[in-house]
Design a binder for this molecule. Structure first.
Ligand code: 2AM
Ligand code: CA
Length: 266
């Protein structure tokens, strides 16, 4: 697909993201914890996640029937074009359940490991973050640029904590180091929003391990299109499926990864 075809598709995806976001907002108003399930320890899912993904499956299949589909809640289909939708209906379900206004819908289109279109609806802030490869990144109509900070010492970071015990200790050591040697570290609970806030210049970098492709696909493209850099924590390229990601303004990338790797034993 060329850029102009992708931009046409992007406009349709923006409409879909807004419609599904409005559905999620209405469901939030009526929400009771009776529709809550635990997929695994502390990994929550609600009937709203599932209904929102069903809507996304139907609407994205209608605008681009040749595309495959990979969704967190289990919807999947093989496409015929080599492109696939990678979708998280609600990224930040724990925040949604607790009525903290930091949850999003993340929609990406990728060919293999290459993401070419990304939309993240920061639902409670009425903001669609979006990017088409090669065409820049936007928050609604505002063009985005990563921050210009050059040093970890002058940076504010955002992360999420791993769920595995050994990795948790290592991440807490990184956290401790950054508390002492930077402007601090936030933990917001929606990786897709974290990435958009790096693109927006609010944070200098986001790092996390254990995430899935649907958490990061759209947001990572938005970071690179805002002028930032994305890699695994070991500086590799497989951040989409490799369960390890660092997304930064580019300037602090190497300094941050060097100190992260000093704390990680593998
Ligand atoms: P979710 O809300 O779609 O589940 C928070 O740091 C990030 O981790 C969110 O993007 C959240 O996505 C994800 N997350 C929540 N529980 C998780 C788990 N048990 N394993 C891996 N990722 C998880
Ligand atoms: Ca989710």
């Amino acid at each position: 697909m060329n850029t102009s075809e992708l931009k046409q598709l992007r406009d349709q995806v923006l409409t879909i993201a807004t419609e599904v976001g409005n559905f999620i907002k209405t469901e939030r108003i009526n929400f009771t914890k009776s529709s809550l399930e635990e997929k695994s320890a502390h990994n929550l899912v609600t009937a709203v996640d599932k209904a929102a993904e069903a809507l996304l499956f139907e609407k994205l299949s209608a605008v681009y029937p040749e595309g495959g589909f990979l969704g967190e809640e289990g919807n999947s289909k093989e496409g015929t074009s080599g492109y696939q939708w990678i979708v998280d209906p609600i990224d930040g379900t724990s925040n949604f359940v607790h009525d903290l206004p930091l949850y999003s819908t993340s929609i990406a289109l990728a060919k293999g490991n290459e993401v070419v279109l990304g939309v993240v609806n920061d639902i409670a802030h009425n903001t669609n973050y979006h990017a088409v490869k090669g065409d820049g990144a936007f928050a609604n109509d505002l063009s985005l640029q990563v921050s210009s900070s050059q040093k970890v010492y002058d940076s504010l970071f955002v992360t999420g904590f791993p769920y595995e015990e050994k990795q948790l200790d290592e991440f807490l050591a990184i956290y401790k180091h950054l508390i002492r040697n930077s402007r601090g570290v936030r933990r917001l609970g929606s990786a897709a929003i974290d990435l958009c806030y790096v693109a927006h210049g609010k944070f200098e970098a986001f790092y996390e391990i254990g995430l899935n492709a649907w958490d990061v696909a759209a947001g990572a493209l938005i970071v690179t299109e805002a002028g930032g850099h994305v890699s695994t924590l070991s500086k590799g390229n497989n951040w989409l499926f490799g369960k390890s990601i660092c997304a930064s303004n580019g300037h602090v990338h190497d300094e941050l990864l060097t100190l992260i790797n000093q704390e990680l034993s593998n």
